[in-house]
Ligand binder design. Sequence first.
Ligand SMILES: *Cc1c(COP(=O)(O)O)cnc(C)c1O
Length: 396
Amino acid sequence: MSEKIIYVDNAATTPTHGKVLEAMLPYFCENYGNPSSVYSLGRDNRQAVDHARGQVAKALNCLPQEVYFTAGGSESDNWAIKGTAHKLAAKGKKHLITTAIEHHAVLHSMAALEREGFEVTYLPVDENGLVSAASVEAAIRPDTALVSIMYANNEIGTIEPIAEIGAICRKKGVWFHTDAVQAVGAVPIDVQAQNIDMLSLSAHKLNGPKGIGAFYCRRGVLPTTLIDGGAQESGRRAGTENVPAIVGLGKAIELATSDIASKAAKLSAMRDYVIERIMKNVPEVKLNGHPTKRLPGNVNFSFKACEGESLLLFLDMKGICASSGSACTSGSLDPSHVLLAIGLPHEVAHGSLRISFGVQNTMEEAAQLCDILENVVEEVRRRSPLWHKNNNEINK
Ligand SMILES: *Cc1c(COP(=O)(O)O)cnc(C)c1O
């Protein structure tokens, strides 16, 4: 049995690409100037930041001036949501629309606004995790300030009809934000063609460093600022620029988006192999998320009578890093809000497993993963009173 780790939790974070690290390194000890300084050591850093801004803009098809660097996806989400609410409240717009399956950076920002007196509509999704564009249109009111709907879900991988929703919001004159943290680098994005006003992205989900992200904000869309201070980022996001990380984000997004089709083909081959094999070899298993409108690297299963946390522990002992659908690891025993929103009963949501492939994974790893997973599910079920009860009932 090899001791090698198989890392298939790329939706949680990804390893930094070697070329990204290489691009970042000079900006720590050699080229350490402050981009706001006038001497050449500072100017070099200004240029590096501008270059990275151009790389992000190219990936999204927007203007460099529409890209702001932040500390990651969470900050960008907070900025879009709280900044828009606070800006448009002055015009009497105190209603926001989102979905039940958003990342907590969105959901908890919305909850914070509710405590301030804003009203939020949480749109339901269907059994595949899809929100309907028609339900978005129906929910928009004269006092709606913002529609915020994620591009692709981080747990079940479902890709939402973003262009359709964007067209509706543009027609109705409502600002549209999308949390695209899981989508950038995985599927092609064009903020102009898709009528996206604001977008959140994060470097560490696309083989860049942690703690750096970007916020795309269309010209003329002006949410209030979150971080006040110096005049960095056109006066809209204060703080000395994290130059090495910004350079890393630029390089990572360039690499991730330069050859999206072949990357997606590689990831979806591993995804489809695992789905096919596990569905064939393991009894009582359900695939969560949309069968086709799904992220290339995402697999999410529910195994009947097979507790997710036990699965993870057994997999970990075999060197596999995956993730469970429940949030037990984060200190809560509640099953995932996403799995509940697609209609899974509590006990099924508890038996869920997310496998998320990344560019560094191989088909051999996918095959090894299946070998191990098939055994582990059997092992966990052998110890599960629920499983035996269930089987006895079937045998009666
Ligand atoms: C990871 C993630 C975030 C948070 O991004 P950070 O950079 O870790 O703050 C937000 N939304 C989604 C969908 C994510 O997957």
